[in-house]
Design a protein around this ligand. Structure first.
Ligand code: AMP
Ligand code: MG
Length: 496
């Protein structure tokens, strides 16, 4: 599949161990695709730490060779690039889609034996591009790099960003932008929408092959389970419950939770209009196109359940030959979701408050704090950070009688565990981030990179985000902790 592209030798020298398991699936699920030629590839950023984890040595080749590799101008041996087919409910409306601007190079075997997808984003048109150009601009690809690596730093399951290469070609959006290609690494790119696509084909053998592939990759222990497809649905639902709880714990708003943007592996995927909440408000929305607030912070668990219902519908023919029984089996799993989510959410919120045991009134204790935060427009991250700062006097906003009443209850609750607030603080600092990617700091890093070709601002931000639970007073940390002075009207954008 090297086609008109150059030799593969340079690519292999970095240490790829490629397979193409996806290409062995039924052919309607993908189309062979070749990355476009680019004018002058130049690496904007390389993730050397991730490369090491993957068993890759990017220092083994010249910068030009590495840039050519991550621009898709040379291929690893054994790579058979494809665009994956998938469908999706976008803001509730069903559409047949597919990788319109992404190309899967194949799967790489890491030194620890894990199989990971390696995918380009922004590498040119495919059969699924519809009216789009298949390209991506440098800013949005660097944005995905920053936010995905921030989630990884926080310990939240996510696709990873291995490289961003500027292509040297222009991309036309509202204005002319610099083109770029992101290399994304994922447990897989199987989406709820992949199952919707297979189901829409109306061919049960394709659907079954896809489900077997997903089970083999993500839930191999289910292979011999007589109810493997039902338990697979349960496993996907459980991963989503855990994932969305983690988002809620740090104030992450995905922004476009369409079914094509929900990964079967339970990783956060497709960083478009996502952003972190500052002042606590359950209705927070940043995405410019989400006018109804469908994907607002507080709606994320409910939307996950809605998306899982779409997955369940696709699996019905595999669950039972009796349609009524299939529906009742799937419904049982879906109905478990709110309680599963609440379990994960409450367990994490307890830790955020330094609590290690469970008491009946804990949910009310958490809710009371959240209500106070909303009323006083308190910064979500910094409130938990302040509560985690052992011995540090709390500032003026915390003199509010409502807060003090809550604090008394909290201290009493800690006392019942036999621990002082100071002891609790040590635990709290392991789960409450001292730093998150604040929107104004992300924008600042992106404009320095895009407008002035200055990557230093971005590197400093990434360094802070790599160890978000590090409370050691570092001179540079304070500027990443300040919320923006006024964020009304801050808007994020999709697919640019
Ligand atoms: P997203 O909103 O990024 O999840 O993308 C939704 C769908 O639109 C996916 O099928 C993408 O592949 C496709 N898409 C987004 N941007 C482009 C583009 N510039 N050219 C072609 N397809 C695109
Ligand atoms: Mg997407």
């Amino acid at each position: 599949m090297v086609g008109q592209h150059e030799s593969v030798a340079d690519a292999d020298a970095v240490g790829w161990r490629f397979d193409n398991t996806y290409t062995r699936l039924p052919s309607p699920l993908f189309v062979p695709s070749t990355p476009a030629r680019v004018r002058e590839p130049r690496a904007a950023i390389l993730n050397h730490r991730l490369a090491n984890e993957l068993g890759l040595d990017l220092g083994a080749r010249s910068p030009e060779a590495v840039a050519a590799l991550f621009a898709g101008q040379v291929f690893p041996v054994g790579s058979q690039p494809i665009a994956q087919a998938y469908a999706g409910h976008q803001f509730g409306h069903f559409t047949m889609l597919g990788d319109g601007r992404a190309i899967l190079l194949g799967e790489h075997r890491t030194p620890s034996g894990r199989l990971v997808d390696v995918q380009f984003k922004g590498s040119g048109r495919t059969r699924f591009s519809r009216g789009g150009d298949g390209l991506a601009a440098l800013g949005p690809m660097l944005r995905e790099y920053i936010i995905s690596e921030a989630l990884a730093g926080l310990g939240i399951p996510t696709t990873r960003s291995l490289a961003v290469v500027a292509t040297g070609d222009p991309v036309y959006r509202e204005s002319m932008r610099r083109g770029a290609i992101l290399t994304r690494v994922a447990a897989s790119h199987l989406r709820v929408g992949t199952f919707q696509y297979a189901a829409a084909l109306g061919d049960e053998s394709t659907l079954r092959a896809l489900a077997d592939y997903a089970i083999d990759r993500h839930d191999p222990e289910l292979a011999t389970d007589p109810r493997n497809y039902l338990e697979f649905l349960r496993a996907v639902a459980d991963r989503q419950a855990a994932l969305i709880a983690r988002w809620q714990h740090v104030g992450f708003i995905h922004g476009v939770m369409n079914t094509d943007n929900m990964a079967i592996a339970g990783e956060t995927i497709d960083y478009g209009p996502c952003a972190f909440m500052n002042a606590y408000d359950p209705g927070t929305v940043f995405s410019s196109i989400d006018r109804g607030g469908r994907y607002a912070y507080a709606n994320q668990p409910g939307i996950a359940q809605w998306n899982l219902a779409r997955l369940a519908e696709t699996l019905l023919p595999l669950l039972s030959h009796d349609p009524d029984e299939a529906v009742s089996l799937a419904t049982e799993v879906l109905d478990e979701f709110p309680a599963r989510f609440e379990e994960y959410w409450l367990a994490g919120m307890r830790l955020k408050l330094g609590l290690q045991s469970a008491e009946a009134g804990d949910i009310e204790l958490v809710q009371l704090l959240l209500d106070w935060m909303q009323k006083s427009q308190a910064d979500f991250t910094n409130t938990f950070r302040d509560l985690s700062a052992e011995g540090r006097a709390l500032g003026d906003p915390y003199r509010d009688p409502d807060f003090l009443a809550w604090q008394t209850q909290w201290h009493e609750r800690l006392a019942r565990e036999g621990r002082s607030p100071a002891e609790a603080a040590a635990l709290m600092r392991t789960v409450n981030p001292a730093v998150i990617p604040r929107n104004h700091r992300v924008e600042e890093a992106l404009s320095a990179a895009e407008d002035r070709d200055d990557l230093s601002v971005l590197h400093n931000l990434l360094a802070a985000l790599a160890s978000p639970y590090d409370y050691e007073a570092r001179p540079d940390l304070a500027r990443y902790q300040e919320p923006p002075t006024d964020e009304r009207g801050y808007r994020t954008f999709c697919g640019t």
